[in-house]
Design a protein around this ligand. Sequence first.
Ligand SMILES: [Zn+2]
Length: 366
Amino acid sequence: MDFEPAPEVAGAPAMVVLALDIGGTQIRAAAILPDGALLGRRAAPTPVAEGAEAIYRACTELLHGVADDLPAEVRARVAAIGISSMGPVDPWRGVVVDPPNVPSLRDAPLADEMEARLGVPAFLDRDTNVAALAESWLGAARGCRDFLYVTVSTGLGGAVVHHGRLMLGPDGTAGELGHVTLMMDGGPRCGCGGAGHLEGIAAGAGLAAQAQEEAARGGSAFLRARADLAPLTARDVAEGELAGDRTCRLLMERARRAFAVACVGWVDAFNPELIVVGGTLAERQGERWLGAARAAVESSAFRAPAARVKIVPAQFGDDVGLVGAWPLVAQRRGDPVWREKRPGRSHGASPGGRAARATPDAARAD
Ligand SMILES: [Zn+2]
């Protein structure tokens, strides 16, 4: 049952998937055809302050809108819903666990709600895992069975694909590559609350916070001037470096170095064929960012995996969470590990049940 790239995937060449990508500011939806084409794309703001029911309603309206616009022949082939959600999630139960930016979705049974309201099966996973499937299906990791996906924007997320399947771990949280600790004694605060994590040092929110501190301390004329206009962002730091500001250069160099050092550890730990790097911050940095990582891996990782791995930019942009819905459904539809939980399972936390479901998956992964 290993995942192979489409169209052979799951023997479902005609399947159409309704895709839902739910983030902290926006919900996006589209229909994904077997060749990866998107139809009926639409979006709406995430009603963060209005509670879970409002979010379910917004998702339902978007999906109904997408389905209603499809030609009848295409609509008849809609087999399931694939959902990309901010993490952490319980992918077996289709539950959003504890998203820091949308507290009303804590323990929300999003997949079940969509399934009940739309009348087709729904499958859900963390946004970075769904993105990795998109890159594996039709993007930078096409045909590649062992790779890492990393996205560097406001936060730093990751996914591990091993033997063509997502590595989930017994709690579904495996692949959180941004939360490795690089500084043991303090360091910048991370989005998760920890200190000295890669994300806090190298991703957008962490860089903005570090820049704000430097501006308050009076360390950089460039940042002080920018801070008078608007709250600082990682973009200010990157532009400050290009303008020759020393503090900005040091912050960006540390961010690139942190990412590069982390890549060395990932290469030694996972022996990936590829590290696919997406996200707006890495995309804007381009070769500056990737080149630093390649140089560090070449000089410091074990020789064999360093010679094998390629560090490449992601191919999908904003659509990645929608496109990945198709291979997500293709991998899970008809697989008892994902389906047996269906009738009558509890929505509440049930560590025993999760462990019981996780075991066959782990056994099956190889
Ligand atoms: Zn963290």
